[in-house]
Design a protein around this ligand. Structure first.
Ligand code: FES
Length: 118
């Protein structure tokens, strides 16, 4: 059975087989999700955000993933390398912290709130 997954904020979509990891689907869609461990749950860089209605369309987090993420699981955070697609779903990739800081500085500078860029 095939399911469509949408990646926000880009809106890119791909159709994959049930049981495909979100990380593998992202690669197939040309969406970058950072990773250093190659999907072995060692780097925790592949976090994605899933809203509560979509949680049922991903495999439930198993004990090792829950242990690694702690309370983040209750906030809808999953590891893309561990979450398997079980239905049509939309996930969000959190903005890189460095990019977010730069974007905020640029926005503040543009609005005249800050005379200094750095
Ligand atoms: S890819 Fe490293 S924890 Fe998921």
């Amino acid at each position: 059975m095939k399911h469509e997954i949408t990646f926000n904020p880009s809106g890119k979509k791909v159709v994959v087989s049930r049981g495909t990891s979100v990380l593998a689907a992202a690669r197939r869609a040309g969406v970058h999700i950072p990773t250093r461990c190659g999907g072995k749950m060692g780097c925790l860089m592949c976090k994605i955000e899933v809203d509560q209605t979509a949680e049922k369309r991903l495999s439930p987090p198993e004990e090792p993933e829950q242990r690694k993420l702690g309370s983040l699981v209750r906030q809808g955070i999953r590891l893309a390398c561990q979450a398997k697609i079980e239905g049509t779903v939309t996930v969000s990739i959190p903005e890189d912290k460095l990019k977010a800081a730069i974007r905020k500085k640029l926005e503040a500078a543009r609005e005249g709130e800050s005379d200094e860029l750095w």
